[in-house]
Design a protein around this ligand. Structure first.
Ligand SMILES: [Fe+2]
Length: 224
């Protein structure tokens, strides 16, 4: 847990009920040293990393790739880490029962994918850029476009749930979730970079998002 994440952040209303009120419990030492994946060893199909090919047709929206590396606090690649993503569609709507945003669902977009990192710690997703969406935290509350990430590394201490943002989003300053990470540099670690090298001609823009598990890495968030 990063010290710069304020878990009880009044402007982000649901943290009032969710933030711990007692001292955190330190995990037993054996969980820090447990080797091997903690999520099971079922095969993950290559197609699960392509959110644009899960239905008969292609989803609407701006096709993008999101790729990067997963590293430990010492900068070493973490191979075989499970990376899971979920996101709204291009119109800012989740395929979820409680999403009441009056924006269209896309029959060709479920909005979830997963993959394992390779030997160099690399991962890559193909998806569409998610739309901004309103939420009921306060009057005129809008979330910047974001992709939710969940990671399981090799150790329980390499568990991370976070959100990836897009560079230059005008909603950053108005979003209490983004700003609940109080340190400016830490906030920037949640913002992906436009990646010209990863941009595929006549097909998709590339965004790069490197993730550090453990130490002073990518800020952790409490799950919504
Ligand atoms: Fe979200």
């Amino acid at each position: 847990m990063n010290d710069d994440v304020q878990l009880d952040y009044p402007d982000y209303r649901s943290t009032r009920l969710r933030a711990p009120k007692r001292p955190l419990v330190t995990l037993p030492e054996e969980l820090h040293t447990l080797d091997g994946p903690v999520f099971g060893d079922d095969d993950i199909a290559e197609l699960e990393a392509d959110l644009t090919r899960q239905h008969d047709g292609e989803p609407l929206g701006e096709r993008i790739t999101v790729s990067g590396r997963v590293l430990d606090a010492q900068g070493r690649p973490i191979s075989g880490a499970l990376v899971e993503v979920w996101q709204a569609n291009a119109a800012g709507r989740y395929r979820h029962d409680v999403d009441r945003h009056p924006a269209p669902l896309d029959p060709n977009f479920s909005g979830a994918g997963r993959c394992l990192t390779d030997d160099e710690g690399r991962y890559r997703f193909v998806t569409v850029k998610p739309g901004a969406y309103p939420w009921r935290n306060h009057d005129n509350a809008w979330r910047p476009a974001h992709i939710h990430f969940s990671l399981f590394g090799r150790l329980f201490t390499q568990r991370l749930v976070t959100q990836m943002y897009f560079p230059g989003d005008p909603l950053f300053e108005f979003d209490p979730i983004f700003n609940s990470v109080r340190d400016e540099r830490a906030r920037q670690r949640m913002v992906s970079e436009f990646d010209w090298e990863a941009t595929t001609p006549e097909w998709a823009l590339g965004y790069r998002f490197d993730i550090v598990l453990g130490g002073n890495g990518t800020p952790f968030e409490e799950e919504r």
